[in-house]
Every structure is written in structure tokens, then in C-alpha cells.
Ligand binder design. Structure first.
Ligand code: PRP
Length: 215
């Protein structure tokens, strides 16, 4: 039986480009995807029977859970936040950053004394888990769509929970990392059915990535 196409959902932007660079090392090519002027959303490599599409980060685990994509590449922050039924196959080692509690220096006291504070974030599930289950601190969580750094500046919130990569957004807005919640990196995910039905191909892809990727 001829192999069907394997579909891979990629998080639009830098993660998609880093994924394609990694796959190019395996001989998988899809130059069209890197063309910044294209508005196309779906691309394929006919030689390897692979199809790629670009989605917003939080939608990647959704496509994978429902089987619209066999595989996906997305940050561990999004996997944790979205709580979808997907299996994590591999830490790809790129897209590294940290999930942190940030705010003005003075807010450190509010964290130390477990005050009832307001927390602005794009990640309410992660923020709630951290404050309620790990710190046993009662907080009001305010969901924003970004940029959340505005929260403490305009006094919407006392602190934020957000990703910090270089730290320059915080620095330029007079905020600091107050507590670190977890390290983040891009992961390869799969749905249970695809893993079962396409086991050999998926396992070979994982092994090939591992052999080329300096993890
Ligand atoms: C993220 C995050 C911070 C910034 C941190 O936003 O929400 O604002 O990057 O990066 P830095 O530490 O290197 O300054 P992003 O640029 O991804 O935009 P978004 O709000 O659209 O998610």
C-alpha cells in the first residue's frame, strides 16, 4: 500500500522556520514555506509525502488532537496551557525561553507575603496552576491577549505571568523577573491514532531528527 501524506502543523513564525531548517538537514525541502510574500497556508514535499500547514501557536495542539494534523511543532508553554490530548515525542531544543512571574521590583514583597494580587497573563491555566497549586497563593487572574507587560504599567495588575526570552521587553518597560516558573522549548507532538497507524514512519522521523539535531 502506498504511503499517505503525513501532515505536520507548524506554529507560524520563527518556530516554523527553525523546524524547516531542521528538516532540511534530513533532505526534506519545502522552500515555498520560507517565502515571506506568500499567503499560502499549506505546503508539501511530494518526495517524502509530507504536508505542512501554518497555524497560530495555540491552535497547533487542537489540529493534532482532532487528527487534522498527524504531528505538530509547538512550544511547551502552549502544550501546557491548551491541555489537549496529544503525545509529546521529542524536545527539539530550539525556541528556548522561560515562563516567569514578572513585575516592578516592589511587587516582590507581595509575592513573599502571599498577598491577594492581580496577575495579568496570556496563560491563565499555567498561572492558576502555579499560584494555586504550587504557591498556595490566592490571586485574581486576568486574561489578556498581549502585550501583557502593559498590565503593571497601567496598574491593571500587580504582576504578569509571561514568557521571557532575551529580557529586553521587560528591561525597556522597567520590569523584572521576580520568580521563574519553568523552562520552555519547542516540542514535536503527535496524536494517539496517527502514532498507532503510522508508527514506523513517525518513529523513523523521530530517530532521524535525533541523529541530526544537537539536543
Ligand atoms: C513574547 C512575550 C514577551 C516577549 C518576551 O511576546 O509575551 O512580550 O515575547 O521576549 P523578550 O524577553 O525577548 O523581550 P511575542 O513577541 O511573542 O508577542 P505576542 O505578544 O504576540 O505573543
Amino acid at each position: 500500500m502506498e504511503d499517505r501524506y503525513l501532515t505536520i502543523a507548524l506554529c507560524k513564525g520563527r518556530v516554523a522556520n527553525q523546524t524547516m531548517e531542521l528538516l532540511e538537514n534530513l533532505g526534506i525541502r519545502c522552500d515555498e514555506i520560507k517565502d515571506k510574500s506568500t499567503r499560502k497556508l499549506i505546503f508539501q514535499d511530494d518526495e517524502h509525502k509530507l504536508r505542512f500547514f501554518l497555524a497560530k501557536g495555540p491552535d497547533v495542539p487542537t489540529y493534532v488532537e482532532y487528527g487534522a494534523a498527524d504531528l505538530g511543532v509547538v512550544g511547551s508553554d502552549i502544550i501546557e496551557e491548551e491541555q489537549r490530548r496529544v503525545i509529546e515525542l521529542l524536545d527539539l531544543g530550539f525556541g528556548k525561553c522561560r515562563m516567569c512571574v514578572c513585575g516592578p521590583k516592589e511587587a516582590k514583597e507581595l509575592l513573599l507575603h502571599r498577598e491577594q494580587i492581580r496577575v495579568a497573563t496570556k496563560y491563565p491555566v499555567i498561572a492558576k496552576d502555579y499560584f494555586h497549586n504550587k504557591k498556595y497563593q490566592t490571586v485574581d487572574i486576568i486574561k489578556l491577549n498581549g502585550p501583557v507587560e502593559l498590565g503593571p504599567i497601567v496598574e491593571l495588575s500587580d504582576v504578569i505571568v509571561d514568557i521571557v526570552e532575551t529580557g529586553s521587553t521587560l528591561r525597556e518597560n522597567g520590569l523584572d523577573v521576580l520568580e521563574e516558573i519553568s523552562p520552555i522549548s519547542s516540542r514535536l507532538i503527535v496524536n494517539r491514532v496517527s502514532l498507532k497507524m503510522q508508527k514506523e514512519r513517525i518513529e523513523k522521523l523521530v530517530e532521524d531528527i535525533k541523529s541530526k539535531n544537537v539536543l
